[in-house]
Each structure stands twice: as structure tokens, then as C-alpha cells.
Design a protein. Sequence first.
Length: 115
Amino acid sequence: MSDSGNQGSEQSAAERVRVGEVSALPEGSQTEVQVGGLSVVVVCDGGQYYALRNKCSHQDFPLLGGDVSMGRITCSKHGAKFELGSGKARTLPAVKPVAVYRTLLEEGAVWVESL
Ligand code: FES
């Protein structure tokens, strides 16, 4: 009955990262932050902040800088669109979603938290 386990190696606490002051993240802005060692793009669209994994699910290409319209961000490599809120792929060639993160407003700043 030996337990060679790795108990305690998995962190269940969500990681929270400060993106910046709300005033520095205006409508239409896109900002890259690192959450848990992964690149995340934070988008301000329609007065809301969204955070998605900064990596297209079609190929390894950053979403940062992609065109944002109608609540979707477009991968500038081949044009796949992802819903900002859910990360779901809405147009080919991507079919798989990208991970999304929770965004919070606190003390005049925007924060991102892993789900
Ligand atoms: S890498 Fe994003 S659509 Fe192909």
C-alpha cells in the first residue's frame, strides 16, 4: 500500500493577475498578460472586458491584435472567429474553442482570474 502520489502538487486556487488601470484599458484595447504561465489576451469591447487564451485553436498563432467586431475576435492568420465571452470557434478553419478567463473590476483596475 505505497502511495507514490503527488498530493499537493495540484493548485486549485485560481490565479489572479492585474491587467492594469481601467483608464489605461479603453474601449477597443487589447492587452497581453501571463496567467499561470500562459499568454492571455484581454479585450475591451462594448464596455466589457473579456480574457481569452492568446493562442488560436487552429494553429499556434496569437489572437492578440486580431480584428474585434460583433463580440468576436478574428485570428489574423487564417480568419477564424472566436466568441469573446465563451471562446467558442464560430468560423472555420478553427473548430475547437479557446480557453476563457474570468475578468473582474476592482479598485479601478482590471483583473483576470483563471477559471
Ligand atoms: S491559426 Fe488561427 S485560423 Fe489558422
